[in-house]
Ligand binder design. Structure first.
Ligand code: AMP
Length: 482
């Protein structure tokens, strides 16, 4: 097991015997050295063996399976216009639409100098363009389970010639209640195939899934990036529940945060907080399962471009997002599942950059805090935050940029932190321990189902959200910025 997940290895991409067209694409991506998961997984996948990989998003795991898949399918690449010459040969399943889109963008860029075709299908958007693309034929299909089954039912996707299956973030798929869908999909695949299962963690459920569907898999474990972990400063701020919105505004202003993900436990809470932040002059939007796919993609793209300061997200929506150099995350609520805390703080301090994980803690969240401390096996640094920012109410006008800046500088001088007696005071202590510990699933892992059709959400306040969502005036990108 490698001690860090993204530190360069001694390996080179040349040594794997990858085709020149793939090496060219890798070089164009700016990759010079394989990450540890790539160094370990690429030869095994090339050799045709099943893999059980323990690696999270952010470790380079997408390339670790995509590059050898492309290499293995290359002999079948062709430029024929006949759809029959382009059956689905590799299927990559992901739990969320955002992850599917990111993986698809990666696959597309790695395969761009080859004749292999790839496509992505996920729910929440019109099926017709996806159907048209599938009918033309694609060799590599990236999909979320629910929408894939819709296509199977409509006979736009045929899985009878799949040779390679990837289950990406398998733990999350199970957490989200996708097991029945997964089983239906697996039953549609040829039994003679290569199966690659990637999961951040190996819970008993994951092991069971693997023992049922994988054949003599090679286990590959790569620690979550040690450098990421050591570079994340974690602080818990004790505040009254009613002061949390003001606390978020204050932290954003005091720390001059230009790009922060704020995590909420509920979709309604996320929407409400985004609106409140907007009223208080923070450019914010919410991203969660009840937003349409195009709203989610617009919000994410705008956030990546730096046009949105605060992306207010639920855990499911944020899972797997690869946003480079995110300086901070804020937990508006402490998560009910302690492991979500680790996923959340993993959004910052990526790729060796430093980051702050700031959590708001109100007295009714003692149990969540205790669960997190138990999971990461150390007490967290708890400080009291004096919130001096009154939250604007509905009738307040939206602050002008100047007004915002003025308030920001005032807060910088008046915000007061003071330590409480709770916990220890190892502010700089890294969280490495967690990343070396075997996964223990939360018994309460909710059966959240991002794919379930959600009732259209009425924007409670038209003005700020409409400005954000309608105001971008940009088409949905088909590729992420990775
Ligand atoms: P992933 O874990 O697949 O989500 O990858 C995380 C990020 O690392 C993505 O932005 C990739 O483009 C990037 N990445 C993957 N492999 C490498 C590599 N060998 N060198 C540099 N960056 C990489």
């Amino acid at each position: 097991m490698s001690d860090t997940a993204t530190t360069p290895t001694n390996a080179t991409f040349d040594q794997f015997g990858l085709h020149a067209d793939i090496l060219k694409a890798i070089a164009e991506q700016g990759y010079t050295t394989p990450t540890p998961i790539q160094a370990e997984a690429i030869p095994v996948v090339l050799g045709g063996r099943d893999v059980m990989g323990a690696a999270q998003t952010g470790t380079g795991k997408t390339a670790s399976f995509s590059l050898p898949i492309i290499q293995r399918l290359l002999p079948l690449a062709n430029t024929s216009a006949s759809p029959a010459r382009h059956p689905v040969r590799a299927l990559i399943l992901t739990p969320t639409r955002e992850l599917a889109d990111q993986v698809a963008a990666n696959v597309q860029s790695y395969a761009k100098h080859t004749a292999l075709r790839s496509a992505v299908v996920f729910g929440g958007v019109d099926m017709n363009p996806q159907s048209a693309e599938l009918r033309r034929g694609v060799e590599i299909l990236i999909a979320t389970p629910g929408r894939l089954l819709d296509h199977v039912q409509q006979k736009t996707a045929n899985l009878g010639q799949v040779q390679i299956l990837v289950l990406d973030e398998a733990d999350r798929m199970l957490d989200m209640g996708f097991l029945p869908d997964l089983q239906r999909i697996l039953n549609l695949l040829p039994s003679e195939r290569q199966t690659l299962l990637f999961s951040a963690t190996f819970s008993p459920e994951i092991k069971k899934l693997a023992s049922t569907y994988l054949r003599n898999p090679q286990t590959i474990e790569v620690a979550r990036s040690n450098s990421t972990a050591t570079n994340v400063t974690q602080i818990v701020y004790e505040v009254a529940e009613g002061d949390k919105t003001g606390a978020v505004v204050q932290l954003i202003r005091e720390r001059s945060l230009k790009q922060v993900i704020v995590f909420c436990n509920s979709k309604i809470g996320a929407s409400r907080l985004a609106r409140q932040l907007e009223r208080d002059g923070v450019v914010a939007t919410a991203i969660h399962g009840d937003r349409t796919q195009s709203e989610r993609m617009q919000a994410l793209d705008a956030f990546k471009r730096g046009e949105i300061e605060a992306l207010v997200a639920t855990d499911v929506a944020a899972r797997g997002l690869d946003i480079a150099e995110l300086p901070a995350v804020i937990n508006f609520d402490l998560p009910f599942n302690a492991e979500d805390y680790v996923h959340r703080i993993g959004r910052t301090g990526r790729a060796g950059a430093s980051g702050d994980a700031l959590s708001l803690f109100s007295p009714n969240e003692r149990k969540q805090l205790a669960d997190i401390e138990k999971l990461i096996k150390r007490p967290l640094d708890v400080q009291r935050l004096t919130v001096d920012v009154p939250v604007r109410h509905h009738h307040d006008e939206r602050g002008s940029r100047r007004d915002r800046d003025d308030r920001g500088s005032r807060r910088r001088t008046t915000g007061a932190h003071e330590r409480t007696s709770h916990g220890s005071h190892h502010r700089q202590q890294p969280v490495d321990d967690f990343f070396f510990k075997p996964y223990e699933p939360s018994p309460s892992a909710a059966t959240r189902r991002e794919e379930a059709p959600a009732a259209p959400q009425k924007p409670a306040s038209k003005q700020p959200l409409a400005a954000l969502l309608g105001g971008f005036g940009m088409p949905r990108k088909t590729t992420s910025s990775n």
